[in-house]
Design a protein around this ligand. Sequence first.
Ligand code: PRP
Length: 188
Amino acid sequence: MQTYEGTIERILFDRTEIAEAIERLGRQIARDYAGQPLLLLGVLKGALYVAADLARAIARSPGGPSHLEMDFLVVSSYGNSTRSSGEVRMLKDTSENIGGKNVLIVEDIVDNGLTLSYLQALLSGRNPADLRSCVLFDKPYRRRVDVPIEYVGLVAPDEFVVGYGLDYQEKYRNLPYLAQLRSWVFSE
Ligand code: PRP
């Protein structure tokens, strides 16, 4: 994209690799929830694309849930910085009650793990029938908490990454691939 020209250091996963990872996750999830209802719970803003693409990958896969609902919540801990504040802020909670449901949290990325850990603790207190987590990009290098993740798409390198939903100062989310930015971008 013209606006971002010159600021991308390298592409880490192109659109084909991302699509293949999501198809793989869709097949696993369709198999594991075959014949059961499923609530996909996307964590915005970052998970906007993965939640939408994963829901359709599940629909294309053999077997699959008896029906699939989608809901979203909005949390933030990075603000405009490249470093997590360490404090997760809930900006918008779920619209539906999750009690008694099979809930699958859908995240774009897990890094220090605080966001997902916060959500798992919060949501498990609301008595879902089952609670699991699906993450498209895992950065396992700087965990501050141990967090169980049942479905992982791709392991990303230990770099600040953007694209496919992930931002730097709210930009780059619409890139169709995952990329590393040139370091001078952060010092501007
Ligand atoms: C990002 C991402 C995850 C979280 C992961 O969200 O979408 O929710 O950080 O990081 P952690 O494992 O280190 O907690 P962010 O707070 O940037 O908000 P956004 O989704 O609106 O971009």
